[in-house]
Design a protein around this ligand. Structure first.
Ligand code: ME8
Length: 510
C-alpha cells in the first residue's frame, strides 16, 4: 500500500463557487476516489483562502466584517462540494488557528534561516489576482487575466530572497523530471526559473486582514504567502512532525494553470528555505472557457452568461450530480483548456450516458428479467469480452495513476461499447431461454460489474445504483481494485432488478 496526499487550490471566498472551481475539485475528488479504490492510504484536502485585499473589499462592499463574510462564503463552498459528493478528508480555512500557527512557525523558520529582509516595494498590483506585475508583464498597465487597471503600490515590506534559490530550483527540476506535469507546464516553470528570479514582497502594511508577522506586528503576510502554507497546516506542520513525515513525501497539488508560478517556483523555494523538501508532484489543469475566455464569476457579473449556467449546484439540479461530474471529467483532458457549454453537457449526457451506459444496463436487466427469471447467470471464463475487459482495466488504471481521468473514462467506454456490440451480435432478446442465452447474459453482467467499478471514482452514485441492480453486495468503491477486476467474479444466482431509466434522455429544447 502506498500513500496519496492530494490537495486542490484553496478557493478565494470573495464570491460563491462556480463551475471552474468545481472542475478542479471534481477532478481531484475522482483521483482521490481512484487511489482509495486502488488501496492507497489517502488524504484529500480542499478549503478556502480567506485573507487579502479582495476579501476585505468584498466584505466592505457587502457591509459586513471580513470574518462574517468569509464565514458565510466558505460555507457556500462546503455546501457545493457536499452536493457534488466531494469526498474531502479535511477542509481547511486560512482563518483557522491551526493555520495561523503553522504559517507563523514556517515563516519564522525562513526568517531565522536568513532569507527574509526589509525593503521598499514599488510596483503594480492586481487585486483580483492578488498578484504583482511588472509593467512589461502587464497589458499596457492592465491585468493580462482580468483586464482591469493595475494599482500602483509603494510600501515598506518584508522580502523573501527568492533569487537565492535559482540554482537549487534548477537542480531540483533536473533531478525530478516528473515534478510538474504535463511536460509543457514543467517546461514553462523551468523557463521562468531560467529567466532569472527576483526577490518577492511577502508582507503588507496597507491592510490588516491577514496573518500577523510574528517579528513585526505592523505587518500581515501577503495573502499568497499564507495561502500556500495551508498544505502544511492541514498535516500538522509545527505541531506534529510525525504527521508531516507521513504525508509530505506523498504530496500532490492539483492546480489551475494561472497559479503555476506560485506552486512550482515560489512554493518549492519557500520549502527549501525552511529546510523542508518541496511538494512531491504538481499537476496543472487548463481552463474551462466560454467563447475562448476563462470562465469565472466576472462573466456573469458582466452579463456574458447567466449565473445559473455556471453555478455547480444549479447545474447539478439540472443535469444530475453524476452526469455533471462525468462531463467535467470526460470532456476536457486534465491539462488542456476546454470550451464549457450546456449543449456540451447535454450531448455527453445523451450519447455516453443515456445511449451507451444507460442502454446497456437497461437492456441486460430487461433480458435477465424476462428470460432468466430475474436471476443473473455466471460469466464464461473464455468469453470474447474478457480480452477487451482485461485491456480496458489495465489501461484505465494506468490513466488514473497519471492524472488522466478523461482517458480512464474513454477506456471504460470502450468496454461499454464492446459489450453493447456483443449484445447486438448475439441478440439475446431473440434467443430462447437456455444455456446459450445464459452464457451471453453472464458475460454481459460481468462486463457491467467491471464498468461499475471503473466508473465509481467518477460517478459514485450511479456506480452504487448499478451495483445494486446487479444484486451485488457492499459497494463498487469498497472493492480492492486489483483483485476485483479479474474477469469472472460475477456470482451466479443474484437477483437482477430493472429499475427506472438511469439517464432519461434530455430533449434538445430542455
Ligand atoms: O487562485 N477553469 O483561488 P481561486 C478551470 N486562492 N479551473 C478553474 C477555472 C476555470 N475557468 N476557474 C477557476 C486562487 N479554476 C487562490 C489559490 S492555493 C494556495 C491559492 C480553478 O478561487 C483552478 O484550479 O481564484 C484555479 O487554479 C483555481 O480554481 C483558482 O481559484
Amino acid at each position: 500500500m502506498s500513500r496519496f496526499y492530494l490537495t486542490t487550490p484553496i478557493y478565494y471566498v470573495n464570491d460563491a463557487p462556480h463551475v471552474g472551481s468545481a472542475y478542479t475539485t471534481v477532478n481531484a475528488d475522482a483521483l482521490a476516489r481512484w487511489h482509495r479504490l486502488a488501496g492507497d492510504d489517502v488524504k484529500f484536502l480542499t478549503g478556502t483562502d480567506e485573507h487579502g485585499q479582495k476579501m476585505a473589499d468584498a466584505a466592505a462592499k457587502n457591509g459586513v466584517s471580513p470574518k462574517e463574510w468569509t464565514d458565510r462564503t466558505s460555507e457556500r463552498f462546503r455546501l457545493a462540494w457536499d452536493v457534488l459528493n466531494i469526498s474531502y478528508d479535511d477542509f481547511i480555512r486560512t482563518t483557522e488557528p491551526r493555520h495561523y500557527e503553522t504559517v507563523q512557525k514556517f515563516l519564522s523558520t525562513i526568517y531565522d534561516n536568513g532569507y527574509i529582509y526589509k525593503d521598499v516595494y514599488k510596483g503594480l498590483y492586481c487585486v483580483s489576482c492578488e498578484d504583482y506585475y511588472t509593467l512589461e508583464a502587464s497589458d499596457d498597465g492592465r491585468c493580462p487575466i482580468h483586464h482591469s487597471v493595475l494599482t500602483q503600490m509603494e510600501e515598506e515590506n518584508w522580502f523573501f530572497r527568492l533569487s537565492a534559490f535559482q540554482d537549487r530550483l534548477l537542480d531540483y527540476f533536473e533531478a525530478h523530471p516528473g515534478f510538474v506535469t504535463p511536460d509543457t507546464k514543467y517546461n514553462e516553470a523551468l523557463s521562468f526559473i531560467k529567466g532569472g528570479l527576483r526577490d518577492i514582497s511577502i508582507t503588507r502594511t496597507s491592510i490588516s486582514w491577514g496573518v500577523p508577522v510574528p517579528w513585526d506586528e505592523r505587518h500581515v503576510f501577503y495573502v499568497w504567502y499564507d495561502a500556500l502554507i495551508n498544505y502544511l497546516s492541514a498535516i500538522g506542520y509545527g505541531r506534529d512532525d510525525d504527521e508531516v513525515e507521513y504525508w509530505w513525501p506523498w504530496s500532490n497539488h492539483l492546480i489551475g494553470k494561472e497559479i503555476l508560478r506560485f506552486h512550482t517556483v515560489w512554493w518549492p523555494a519557500m520549502c527549501m528555505a525552511a529546510g523542508l523538501d518541496p511538494v512531491h508532484h504538481v499537476h496543472v489543469n487548463g481552463w474551462l472557457l466560454i467563447g475562448g475566455e476563462k470562465l469565472g464569476k466576472t462573466m456573469a457579473a458582466e452579463g456574458a452568461v447567466k449565473i445559473t449556467d455556471i453555478e455547480p449546484i444549479a447545474l447539478s439540479q439540472e443535469f444530475g450530480v453524476d452526469p455533471l461530474r462525468y462531463y467535467l471529467l470526460r470532456d476536457t483532458a486534465l491539462g488542456n483548456d476546454g470550451e464549457f457549454s450546456l449543449e456540451g453537457i447535454a450531448a455527453r449526457y445523451n450519447t455516453d450516458l443515456a445511449n451507451n451506459l444507460g442502454n446497456l444496463v437497461a437492456r441486460v436487466a430487461a433480458v435477465v428479467t424476462s428470460k432468466c427469471a430475474g436471476v443473473g447467470p455466471a460469466p464464461r471464463s473464455d468469453s470474447s469480452l474478457r480480452e477487451v475487459a482485461d485491456a480496458v482495466t489495465a489501461d484505465a488504471a494506468r490513466a488514473w495513476e497519471r492524472f488522466a481521468p478523461q482517458r480512464a473514462l474513454e477506456a471504460t467506454w470502450e468496454l461499454i461499447g464492446a459489450t453493447n456490440a456483443y449484445l447486438e451480435t448475439h441478440a439475446p432478446w431473440k434467443m430462447e431461454p437456455g444455456d446459450a442465452l445464459e452464457a451471453v447474459m453472464g458475460d454481459a453482467l460481468e462486463a457491467i460489474r467491471l464498468v461499475a467499478i471503473l466508473i465509481s471514482p467518477a460517478m459514485p452514485g450511479v456506480a452504487e445504483e448499478i451495483w445494486r441492480r446487479l444484486g451485488l453486495d457492499a459497494s463498487p468503491s469498497a472493492v480492492p481494485f486489483t483483485t476485483a477486476v479479474t474477469w469472472g467474479q460475477y456470482p451466479r444466482g443474484r437477483h437482477v432488478t430493472k429499475g427506472d431509466s438511469l439517464f432519461p434522455r434530455i430533449q434538445s429544447e430542455q
